[in-house]
Design a protein around this ligand. Structure first.
Ligand SMILES: Nc1nc2c(ncn2[C@@H]2O[C@H](COP(=O)(O)OP(=O)(O)OP(=O)(O)O)[C@@H](O)[C@H]2O)c(=O)[nH]1
Length: 780
């Protein structure tokens, strides 16, 4: 064994990779992550370090022997306990005792193996293990704090030699041993008492580092580190401790800890301000209509609007904004008239859920089509109730049973077939079945009791927004809670302003907008984006400061974070418990391969993580696929297909991991490796550019020359290329010759024409796209 990756070594040693990384860092080696390779010499250093720690602990354990004897009986008794609560209480004891016979630092694994017995130990490094409850911790302290105080005294002698009072202790060699000990304890108590005067109660609002905790407790960080070590946690001064670890450490100093959950005022979309149930009033349901192209969405929405208009206010059918309300049986229903997918994808990707009910329109003469499947996937991913409108029932070849059959395969089982999905037969063209549909919407909404508090400052979501030449930034928003009023100071996305005017869906100016009401507003300083949240504040100054904070935060996030799942980080996220289902979207060239891939991927299960396929489809990867992936935290697999150009841009913006393959085995291997943390992340593909084949020249000795036009980036002589026909990869290989006019050239930039021949491949056609790429090493 000369070179080995950290996670492999960690596995061998039964220690977490994090702990090994931590040790290496302390030893002055810079390592990137669990995939980093370590040398044999480094391993030796780590082993020495572990031995030192082990010996150190054993020495201090000896010092504790007397104290331990007192608790031996307890231990024996406790080790036979099986109830979780009791074991939790014994946690500190068992931890310390087990320090005798295990390597330091392997606490995490050891704890995991011991099951609940050690579960409540300070799971700081993993940050996920459940804490002991405060009452348990108190019990821990009653017996163990005293031991720890002694042990702590021992450690202090070692770590704080330079401090004056400790020097005095150590130098005091003439004093007899017993007296020395007595002095020490006295000193310790005095110090503890002094500290208690200083601090007896801490208010913490989230994780803090070891150093910060030391400061708050008036203790040296090294003391805290030592204490953590005895609790089985290796920590550095800059390591963050969770609230449970903080409580345990603080309690050892007799300090109580209170966790104050600070609400990040500017991140208002992230938390729900709970309204008192008594203040909640019924609100109209918000409905989105989705379906395959030409299955009749627009006709259906028009018919619904018309029904409502003719029954309530003749004449005013002009729709001004992308959402409207209709009245039926004296109840209001809000319809979002944005392209169905956008309502789900763009908004969900931003964390906004505006739709209560999804209507999936399927033409009875055509059945389930690719966009029907997509629509169903979006609605299912958003977990909203679905009503199926089987449209075009007036047509002779209408076959509603086929629709039912096909939708059953997507887990939408009709009620009359024993399922719970409502199917309504309609003809949007002939205005038939609309009453049924409206009644079903009201029924679903009655069952789900959609409610909001109208008597508060409003909050909601932007449906669409634009810059109007005359009026400035204009946004159509949906009020989701509270009542929006003219003059309100509003933060909307990253901009703010004062609501100067509001126009409703009938084009009328209004002064207030209640929950579920779509409204067009003007008065913002900038144009927000669809899916942005808005919130009203008491005054404009506050709104302005909140919006500034939001802008800064967003910029920081854009710069530094990648919160989405990527295969490279998957293993880490699985280990940290962030992922249980790996959501995957598969797009492929033919249905057969998509199905085969789906079947194989669903069989993979690693460390309790399953692959969950949320959408499959045939054809190029579209922007909608990317937005769905972004909204559902999924990765996208393209099998023999490529992303459309705007999909590629969106994937970069949304930081969606798109994996493109031509061999099923490679896909399976890659996903499985990612899940096991074995992915080799050293190389990644970088697309250089794309050229469109505009003319074909067949030359007898040369073969097919593709007269091409570089539409994006550049094509280089030494790049690898893919030939793409209608979104499907026909060939992968190398450029043979690259020419501008008669000259061989090294590269051709955007907006230039060129002649390209491919190595060993001549079946090029006009309209094909040539994508050039290189394999690039990922900097570590
Ligand atoms: N026979 C019949 N035709 C219908 C019905 N509903 C819609 N159509 C026709 O189907 C065609 C497509 O309808 P649209 O409402 O434009 O379909 P869509 O789903 O909105 O289509 P896109 O907006 O392009 O996505 C039009 O010619 C409609 O007249 C129906 O109930 N019966």
């Amino acid at each position: 064994m000369s070179k080995i990756r950290i996670y492999e070594y960690a596995r061998e040693q039964n220690i977490s990779s994090k702990e090994i990384i931590e040790m290496l860092k302390r030893l002055g080696h810079s390592v990137a992550n669990h995939m980093s390779v370590i040398e044999e010499s480094q391993i030796k250093e780590v082993e020495n370090y572990m031995n030192q720690l082990k010996n150190g602990e054993q020495t201090s354990n000896k010092q504790k022997e007397v104290a331990r004897e007192q608790t031996t009986q307890n231990k024996a008794q406790k080790s036979t306990n099986t109830s979780k609560g009791t074991n939790t209480q014994s946690n500190n004891n068992s931890n310390k005792h087990s320090n005798n016979n295990r390597k330091p630092g392997n606490s995490t694994n050891a704890q995991q193996k011991q099951g609940t017995q050690n579960k409540a130990s300070v799971g700081t490094q993993q940050n996920k293990s459940k804490p002991s409850t405060p009452s348990n911790s108190k019990n821990v302290k009653s017996k163990d704090a005293k031991n720890d105080e002694k042990e702590f005294a021992g450690s202090k002698e070692k770590t704080k030699k330079t401090k004056a009072h400790d020097k005095h202790f150590n130098d005091d060699k003439s004093v007899p041993a017993n007296k020395k000990r007595r002095n020490k304890i006295k000193h310790q108590r005095a110090e503890a008492a002094a500290n208690q005067d200083e601090v007896s109660h801490l208010v913490i609002s989230g994780p803090i580092t070891v150093g910060e905790l030391g400061k708050k407790l008036g203790k040296e960080p090294s003391e805290i580190i030592k204490k953590l070590l005895f609790l089985g946690v290796m920590a550095t001064i800059n390591q963050e401790l969770d609230i449970d670890a903080i409580s345990l450490i603080a309690e050892e100093y007799g300090v109580t800890v209170e966790e104050k959950i600070e609400v990040d005022e500017d991140q208002f979309e992230l938390f729900n301000e709970e309204d008192d149930p008594a203040t909640l009033k019924e609100r109209p349901p918000v409905v989105t209509v989705m379906g395959h192209v030409d299955h009749g969405k627009t006709t259906l929405l028009d018919a619904i609007r018309h029904t409502s208009v003719t029954s309530t206010e003749a004449g005013g059918i002009t729709q001004h904004i992308g959402a409207y309300q209709v009245e039926y049986n004296e109840k209001q229903i809000t319809f979002l008239d944005t392209p169905g997918h956008a309502a789900f994808t763009t908004m969900r990707a931003r964390g906004a859920q505006v739709t209560d009910i999804a209507i999936i329109v399927v033409a009875a003469d055509d059945g389930v089509m690719p966009q029907t499947k997509e629509a169903v996937a979006h609605a299912q991913a958003a977990e909203v109730p679905i009503i199926v409108a089987v449209n075009k029932m007036d047509k002779e070849d209408a076959n509603p049973d086929r629709v039912k059959q096909e939708l059953t395969e997507l887990n939408l089982v009709p009620e009359d077939w024993g399922g719970d999905t409502i199917f309504v037969h309609v003809s949007a063209l002939k205005n038939e079945g609309l009453d049924d549909l409206m009644e079903m919407i009201l029924l679903v909404s009655e069952v789900n009791e959609y409610k909001a508090n109208p008597d508060r400052l409003a909050l909601g979501t932007v449906i669409e927004a634009e810059l109007d030449k005359g009026r400035g930034p204009v946004a159509t928003v949906l009020v989701q809670s509270g009542t929006l009023q003219i003059g309100d100071s509003i933060v909307i996305g990253n901009t703010y302003g004062r609501v100067r005017a509001m126009v409703n869906d009938k084009g009328r100016r209004v002064k207030t907008a209640a929950p579920s009401m779509p409204i067009e507003i003007i008065g913002m300083h900038d144009v927000p984006q669809a899916g942005d949240s808005f919130k009203v504040y008491e005054d404009e100054k506050k709104a302005r400061s909140i919006s500034e904070k939001r802008s800064i935060k967003q910029r920081e996030q854009e710069l530094g974070s990648n919160a989405k799942v990527s295969l490279d980080e998957l293993f880490q996220q699985i280990q940290e418990g962030e992922i249980k289902d790996l959501n995957v979207i598969i797009k492929g060239d033919v249905q057969g391969s998509v199905e085969a891939l789906k079947g194989s991927l669903e069989k993979i299960e690693v460390e309790g993580v399953r692959v969950k396929i949320i959408l499959t489809g045939v054809g190029a990867i579209t922007e909608y696929d990317i937005m769905l992936a972004s909204a559902s935290n999924a990765i996208v697999i393209g099998f023999n297909v490529r992303p459309e150009p705007n999909a590629r841009v969106t994937a970069e913006q949304e930081k969606v991991d798109v994996r493109l393959h031509r061999i099923i085995y490679n896909v399976i291997d890659e996903i499985e490796s990612g899940m096991r943390g074995l992915l080799d992340p050293e190389y990644q593909e970088k697309v250089l550019g794309t050229a469109e084949v505009r003319q074909i020249f067949k030359v007898s000795k040369v073969g097919t020359i593709a007269g091409s036009y570089v539409t994006e980036g550049k094509i280089t002589r030494d790049s690898s290329v893919r030939l793409i026909r209608e979104g499907i990869v026909i060939h992968e290989g190398k450029v043979d010759v690259l020419k501008r006019f008669k000259d061989d050239v090294k590269e051709v930039q955007t907006n230039y024409e060129c002649g390209i021949t491919l190595e060993g491949f001549h079946d090029i056609k006009e309209g094909d796209m040539i994508e050039a790429y290189i394999m690039e090493e990922i900097p570590r």
